[in-house]
Ligand binder design. Structure first.
Ligand SMILES: NC(=O)c1ccc[n+]([C@@H]2O[C@H](COP(=O)([O-])OP(=O)(O)OC[C@H]3O[C@@H](n4cnc5c(N)ncnc54)[C@H](O)[C@@H]3O)[C@@H](O)[C@H]2O)c1
Length: 337
């Protein structure tokens, strides 16, 4: 049993607490939040867990082997650094940091300290995303032309972190996971309506060396909740809709075939192909539970997590390039290889 301390019991922390409490591999031993009123709630639900407002107590607690950090992103760098320096394994919520230099430093520190550092890119533990990855790996789509992702809703308005850093880490992590390559160029445009300088809506474009292009639309100022990704290939097309209860992944046997020369020289005739729509069976399980279980297994077996520090860094590099582009009103920003 791994003794775990959870730091940050705000909106998302309770979901982590529940999983850490329920899992056979972990024991929720301490809940820490600097806001004492949050700790009352935690104590009611988990009376066996000790509570504290002082994070230094967590670092100094020899019983605590591992720490989950679910505080706001601007605090991640300092907290992860302190946790690793204190010899704890770490699971930190996304994004790892707000700058790539700091993300790299943390990934290196984890290695130097021989500790497990994992980033909570939850969607990489989502069975529907894993199914999409399986279909891509089987080559079912043929050549992948392009992909786009929409993650919008009305609400969960952030005051100090724009929609790029609060919402897009999910889409970026999914795209990097599915296509196993870094974009070479990023551009982003956004606008702030509610809080000056904090973009409520951001549109991001990614260009990959393979020719693949991807688009991400994030917003907390939208009439309806959408969490949908479309991937268009030469043979088939996929729509992954996370809000569907059944049929989260649909495979469209649709495409366009070039069939011989047209009447005008140099022109081709096309035939549209529109076949069946298939819905693969997916055994759904809670992504966050899978994530926590993977972290515990990595600690136990000394294995590298799938969403390790290097993966966290890759996502931060893309977000950082998008932020630079956002500040230059959409000018493309290159990502060095
Ligand atoms: N994976 C997901 O789907 C998902 C969803 C929501 C949020 N998140 C992530 O979870 C993290 C937290 O987000 P949230 O929405 O819960 O934020 P929140 O503001 O609701 O909660 C953060 C909590 O951390 C506490 N805190 C802040 N600094 C602290 C410190 N130094 N020591 C101890 N406690 C401290 C605050 O008092 C607060 O209770 C963010 O990184 C966010 O990106 C992930």
């Amino acid at each position: 049993l791994i003794n775990v301390a959870l730091v940050g019991y705000g909106y998302w922390g309770p979901n982590l607490a529940r999983n850490l409490h329920e899992l056979a591999e972990t024991h929720l031993a301490v809940v820490c939040d600097r806001d004492a009123s949050r700790l009352g709630q935690a104590h009611k639900l988990y009376p066996s867990a000790r509570v504290t407002t002082d994070v230094a107590k967590v670092w100094g607690d020899a019983e605590i082997e591992a720490v989950v950090i679910a505080t706001p992103a601007p605090t991640h760098y300092e907290l992860v650094k302190a946790a690793l320096a204190a010899g704890k394994h770490v699971l930190v919520e996304k994004p790892l940091t707000l700058c790539s230099r700091e993300a790299r430093e943390l990934a290196d520190l984890a290695q130097a300290q021989d500790r497990i550092l994992m980033v909570g890119h939850t969607f990489e533990y989502n069975p529907a995303v894993l199914k999409v990855k399986e279909l891509l790996d089987q080559g079912q789509l043929g050549d992948v032309y392009y992909a786009y992702s929409t993650r919008v809703n009305l609400g969960r308005i952030q005051r100090d972190l724009n929609a790029l850093w609060s919402i897009a880490p999910h889409d970026v992590s999914i795209l990097l996971f599915l296509f196993e390559q870094m974009p070479i160029e990023v551009s982003a445009r956004g606008a702030s309506y509610l809080n000056p300088g904090v973009e409520d809506v951001v549109f991001i474009d990614l260009l990959f060396a393979s020719g693949l292009i991807a688009h991400i639309h994030t917003s907390w100022l939208d009439p309806s909740k959408v969490r949908r990704m479309t991937i268009v290939g030469s043979q088939k097309m996929i729509v992954y809709d996370d809000l569907e209860s059944e049929g989260k992944v649909k495979i469209y046997d649709k495409g366009v075939l070039k069939v011989g020369p047209g009447r005008i020289f140099g022109e081709f005739q096309y035939r549209l192909h529109s076949g069946d729509i298939a819905i693969p069976r997916i055994d759904m399980s809670e992504p966050l539970r899978n994530e926590c279980q993977h972290w515990a297994a990595c600690i136990r077996d000394g294995q590298r997590p799938r969403t390790d520090g290097a993966n966290g860094l890759a996502v931060v590099r893309v977000l950082e390039a998008a932020q630079q582009s956002l500040e230059k009103r959409g000018a493309p920003v290159e990502i060095a290889g």
